[in-house]
Design a protein around this ligand. Structure first.
Ligand SMILES: [Zn+2]
Length: 236
């Protein structure tokens, strides 16, 4: 079984790359490597363009995982698809992706401010939400907004490293999201750390420093169910 080389794991700032088509069909285009983040963990998949050797451009509408969770599929508009073996240039809609990275990193800060289990997550270019298992709440939008912006302004570095499943099993407190434990058999688990604030397994794309997030505002604190409190964040 093939596995797409995820270039964004090592460098979330790559806005374009060259790759070779492995297969192309109605389910999407599989490349040997990609900079496109595939929809997962609440973060939206990347959009952009694929440019073929002759200059023809395909609009990339979404990026998703195949059912095997190993291969990344690029969903393009139209049905005039490239052939296996063709070279393509991939360009992502960088402004959109950068907003996703900024909001995603912001959610790690929000999670650090509300230290209870996370039950859900969603990140789109304009807003992001975390759901918390929080029956009673004294959370206040204004106060949370101030706390979040203070963490952002602190200019903390964001770094990734990796640990083994055994090391993760020995530190169960690192897993913040209920049901989000990495699948068994994964040789290494990617860890995202915001210096002094947050450290947890995460496969998403993040900015290098919290300052890059910019000013944000907590726009909603909703009670979705008895144990589910949803907090929505947007750019200020
Ligand atoms: Zn993350």
């Amino acid at each position: 079984m093939t596995q797409t080389h995820k270039l964004f794991d090592d460098d979330a700032y790559l806005a374009h790359c060259e790759a070779t088509v492995i297969s192309a069909g109605p389910e999407g285009i599989e490349l040997d490597a990609t900079i496109c983040y595939a929809r997962s963990g609440g973060q939206a998949g990347d959009t952009g363009t694929l440019t073929l050797a002759g200059g023809r451009q395909l609009v990339l509408a979404d990026t998703v995982y195949a059912d095997d969770r190993q291969r990344i599929l690029h969903i393009v508009q139209g049905d005039d698809l490239p052939q296996a073996g063709e070279r393509v240039r991939v360009d992502i809609d960088w402004q959109r992706r950068h907003r996703l990275m900024r909001l995603h990193t912001c959610l790690h800060l929000l999670g650090a401010l509300v230290p209870v289990p996370v039950t859900g997550c969603g990140i789109s270019p304009d807003s992001a939400r975390l759901d918390f298992d929080l029956p009673e709440s004294t959370l206040d939008k204004t106060r949370l907004t101030e706390q979040l912006n203070a963490l952002i302004s602190a200019g903390s570095d964001v770094r990734t490293d990796s640990i083994t499943p055994e090391q993760l099993a020995a530190q169960p407190e690192l897993v913040r999201t209920i049901g989000a434990a990495p699948p068994g058999g994964t040789a290494s688990i990617r860890i995202v750390e915001i210096a002094g604030v947050d450290r947890q397994p995460c496969g998403g794309t993040h900015v290098r420093n919290t300052l890059e997030i910019g000013a944000v505002s907590v726009t909603k604190i909703e009670k979705k169910s008895r144990t589910n409190r949803r907090i929505v964040v947007q750019f200020a």
